[in-house]
Design a binder for this molecule. Structure first.
Ligand code: DC
Length: 224
């Protein structure tokens, strides 16, 4: 029997990726964190296309997209991101990447470049994909769609703790500002903005912990 395709969209730091990962392991699905792809492109841009005013030289990036080979490799059922054969899964979590990623993600050429990679991963079914436009643009025919949200203060707290656990020094105000700015750019961009799909179930997990959120999502998924 074909396994389902599940789309999880929502705001930054609502726990989309860690929740999707846990659901994937419970249901025997592949998990793809599509934000990592945008972060991978940003990593490349910061290394090769940063001008001396510390801005991304966008024509440089767009002219070099074909040199970017992003690949998820399955390591112990975890998809690890490689850029041109280098494991960049730790580097893409750095605050500098978070600072620039929304500017990169609003470029239509970048979104186009990543679209087929994401769609083809779902061809066989059996995948849970998390991002911002999965239910609306990437996989509009997904079997299940969820849209995660939570208050900005709760999301700041979670993101701050996550960075601390990764050994990345920052302060709460900077984390909050980055979340608010990213939400705004992601929601207001013209190409595939962050938006709830008409048929997505909204999950507000301000008051729910990770396990409760997972249980709530699983309660919508029929056995297969
Ligand atoms: O989920 P994340 O914070 O790692 O995502 C990083 C950025 O990538 C986010 O600010 C918006 C962008 N993104 C996107 O535009 N579309 C997706 N499907 C996933 C992420």
């Amino acid at each position: 029997m074909r396994k389902p395709v599940i789309a999880i969209d929502g705001y930054s730091s609502t726990g989309k990726s860690s929740i999707s990962k846990a659901i994937a392991s419970k249901l025997g699905l592949i998990h793809m964190d599509t934000g990592a792809l945008y972060r991978g492109i940003t990593y490349f841009a910061l290394r090769h296309c940063l001008n001396n005013r510390k801005e991304i030289d966008m024509p440089c990036l767009l002219n070099n997209l074909e040199k970017i080979q992003l690949e998820f490799r399955n390591e112990d059922n975890d998809l690890i991101l490689y850029l041109n054969d280098k494991n960049i899964s730790a580097e893409i979590r750095e605050p500098q990447i978070s600072e620039y990623v929304s500017i990169i993600a609003r470029q239509p050429e970048v979104r186009d470049f990543l679209l087929e990679k994401q769609r083809s991963a779902a061809d066989e079914g059996g995948i849970i994909m998390d991002g911002r436009d999965i239910g609306t643009v990437v996989l509009p025919a997904a079997d299940y769609k969820f849209f995660l949200t939570a208050s900005v203060d709760e999301r700041t707290k979670r993101r701050y703790l996550e960075l601390k656990q990764l050994g990345i020094q920052t302060d709460k105000l900077a984390v909050k500002q980055n979340l608010v700015v990213r939400d705004k750019i992601d929601s207001e961009r013209e190409t595939s903005p962050l938006m709830k799909a008409a048929d997505a179930v909204v999950i507000d997990n301000t008051e729910l912990n990770k396990e409760e959120t997972i249980a709530l999502i699983l309660s919508y998924i029929k056995h297969f």
